[in-house]
Write a protein that binds this ligand. Structure first.
Ligand code: SF4
Length: 426
């Protein structure tokens, strides 16, 4: 599935379009063919801004922004690539092959549909007592798609895999019934894909609930489509909306997704950051650490330093989830921790607000504090930053050292004490 989005409204185009686009920029027939095959399985979408300003076409296909946004044959396992490839030209066989391969890619990691979604309102996630995630129905797409996206299943048109709340009233009804909730995170997709007047309906509905003190908006628009924030009447309306939330005495935070420091370089992005920060909203940054894009401490230290200079607080370095092309983007936890530790050691104290590497796993957000030598052997030291059971937060626990482990499910408890801890919480 492939889309190219322009500066105004994203528009769907046939899968072959992305291959044509790569060919037009000098790629050989083999690469264009691989783009065509992989994009049958995983969703791809590229904004005009990303095409023109983020990708170094002279360095493609090894350019990190190309790897972030375009298909690569290794995103499918060799047998799966071959299965899809030989089905091209036979629509029924292709449909079956694509469905089979997608099902193998763990479309909903972390039990998101079964464990966190309130029965009464399926477009919300209430994983931690104080925080509710809101998935507006109209915000379930993005200006471009990150090829590592753990929400890729939402973009392939399978209604069963979508999380979407019906509207602001349904959200507000749930929030009113849950006085323990203080934080609302409006997410997607990307909520800034919505027009400001629609986003404002969700924001105003949250503002009308007294016990909601913090509104967060997760977005990668400043990277993929900075015009959304920097120019035009809808952008100005967004800035006025942010000012209004701040004036109401609520904490407003834009959770900005930057994968690579290059995304912050375009003038329009710098303008967008300055304007958004000027509203009084807090700006925080987060991204996963992934192979081929940002698995280098120098990238993170530069990115965090640039962010502090621009008024953005580094927040999370995530671990790539166990879904989609994890075999392509994922790193061993050992390496993710090395990247974090090396990067954080190079930056000033103000940039050390970044926490990581963090797995947003089924039982909660688990940070890998690194290897430790214990009487029972070498172990990963782990800690919950967030947990369904708040009493677990901050308690160290251990898993056996495994240099190949990439995710929570790969970890084995170190001893009996940790075994019961894992069993109670997974
Ligand atoms: S911006 Fe977020 S939701 Fe959208 S494709 Fe990237 S990771 Fe996925």
């Amino acid at each position: 599935m492939t889309t190219v989005s322009g500066d105004v409204a994203p528009s769907a185009v046939p899968g072959r379009r992305l291959a044509d686009l790569v060919r037009a920029r000098g790629a050989g027939a083999d690469l264009a063919h691989e783009v065509d095959v992989v994009s049958r399985v995983l969703p791809f979408k590229v904004s005009a801004h990303a095409l023109e300003n983020l990708i170094d076409w002279d360095a493609a296909p090894d350019d990190p922004m190309y790897r972030l946004l375009f298909p690569h044959r290794d995103m499918l396992l060799p047998a799966d690539f071959a299965l899809v490839e030989r089905s091209l030209g036979d629509p029924a066989a292709l449909r079956a092959a694509v469905a089979e391969v997608r099902a193998r890619l763990n479309p909903h990691p972390g039990d998101q549909l079964s464990r966190n979604v309130p029965k009464e309102q399926p477009g919300l996630q209430h994983k931690y007592a104080e925080t509710v995630l809101v998935f507006p129905k109209q915000g379930q797409t993005c200006h471009s798609y990150c090829a590592y996206c753990f929400r890729w299943a939402q973009f392939i048109g399978d209604a069963e895999l979508k999380l979407a709340v019906d509207g602001p009233d349904a959200m507000a009804d749930y929030l009113r019934a849950h006085p323990e909730v203080t934080d609302v995170l409006i997410t997607g997709g990307d909520p800034l894909i919505m027009k400001t007047d629609l986003l404002a309906r969700y924001v105003d509905a949250a503002l009308a609930v007294d016990h909601i003190r913090t509104i967060r908006i997760g977005t990668k628009a400043l990277s993929f489509h900075p015009a959304r924030v920097a120019v035009g009447p809808d952008a100005a309306d967004l800035l006025r909306l942010a000012e209004r939330v701040v004036a109401a005495g609520r904490h407003l935070a834009f959770m900005l997704h930057f994968s690579h420091p290059r995304e912050m370089e375009p003038e329009l992005t710098r303008t967008a950051i300055r304007l958004l920060g000027g509203t009084g909203a807090q700006l925080r940054s987060q991204a996963p650490v992934v192979r081929h894009v940002n698995d280098d401490p120098a990238i993170w230290s530069r990115m965090w330093t640039d962010q502090v200079n621009a008024g953005i607080h580094p927040y999370y370095m995530f671990v790539e989830r166990d879904t989609g092309a994890q075999h392509y983007f994922g790193l061993p936890l050992e390496r993710a921790h090395e990247v974090y530790r090396d990067a954080v050691s190079r930056v000033s104290g103000l940039a050390r607000t970044a926490r990581g590497p963090v797995m947003s796993a089924a039982p909660g957000k688990v940070v890998v504090d690194g290897p430790v030598k214990l009487p029972h052997g070498t172990a990963f030291a782990l800690r919950f930053l967030q947990a369904r059971d708040p009493s677990l937060v901050g308690r160290p626990f251990y898993a056996k050292w495994d240099p190949a482990a990439q995710w929570w499910d790969d970890l084995v408890p170190l001893d009996e004490h940790d075994r019961s801890f894992f069993e109670e919480n997974t």
